[in-house]
Design a binder for this molecule. Structure first.
Ligand code: SAM
Length: 182
């Protein structure tokens, strides 16, 4: 029994490390203070589904599903361990409007998004910005936790009341007026 437990724990750690290396990020959840601030900056009148790109263990997904009750929330998570934890969380809380997908969001279409939320890492932001600009067919709100998007002008920046004064950026992107130079 001890051996089986050890093998399971080692496998989970191994998969966690491999996924973090592959995706270039560990699944660090947004803190409660940051999540509260994000709820304050959420726009009203979102036209289209809400996408959470890299939803980790799912706490932010639950907050979004509650805040926008009845509005479709699609969250993408490609790392196995956080994905499975989030599956469990959604099973217990059963938000009717949240859908979790085990997919790489860079390879999926999100052109119908009304709002995109992400907490990722610096290097991916230019590629993500380009993807949004190219695919979006209408105005879309984008909220980025911590990482600003170069060449985009935020509508608003707010700071969490935490140790790092974590910035949260709100953008509204119209693909026909705001393009990246690439
Ligand atoms: C910093 S965590 C943020 C989790 C959650 N959004 C939150 O705010 O609490 C970023 C997550 O994005 C996931 N991720 C990174 N790149 C991804 C990709 N291309 N497709 C799907 N998920 C990705 C990581 O596995 C990680 O769980």
């Amino acid at each position: 029994m001890i051996w089986i437990t050890l093998i399971v724990i080692t496998s989970i750690i191994f998969i966690f490390i491999l996924d973090s290396l592959r995706l270039k990020i560990t699944p660090t959840p947004s803190s409660k203070k940051v999540r509260q601030k994000i709820l304050e900056i959420l726009p009203k009148g979102v036209d289209g589904p809400i996408y959470e790109l890299g939803s980790g263990f799912g706490q932010m997904t639950l907050d979004l599903a509650k805040h926008f009750s009845g509005h479709p929330i699609k969250s993408y998570e490609r790392a196995t361990v956080p994905y499975l934890v989030q599956r469990l969380l959604l099973f217990f809380y059963r938000p009717q409007n949240a859908k979790l997908l085990f997919e790489d969001f860079m390879k999926k279409d999100s052109s119908d998004a009304g709002l995109i939320f992400c907490y990722l890492y610096r290097e991916i932001m230019p590629r993500l910005a380009l993807k949004i600009e190219k695919s979006t067919t209408k105005k879309v709100w984008v909220i980025s936790h911590t990482f600003a998007i170069e060449n985009w002008t935020p509508v608003k920046i707010i700071y969490a009341n935490d140790l790092y004064h974590t910035p949260i950026y709100l953008y509204q992107i119209n693909p026909r007026t705001e393009k990246s130079p690439n």
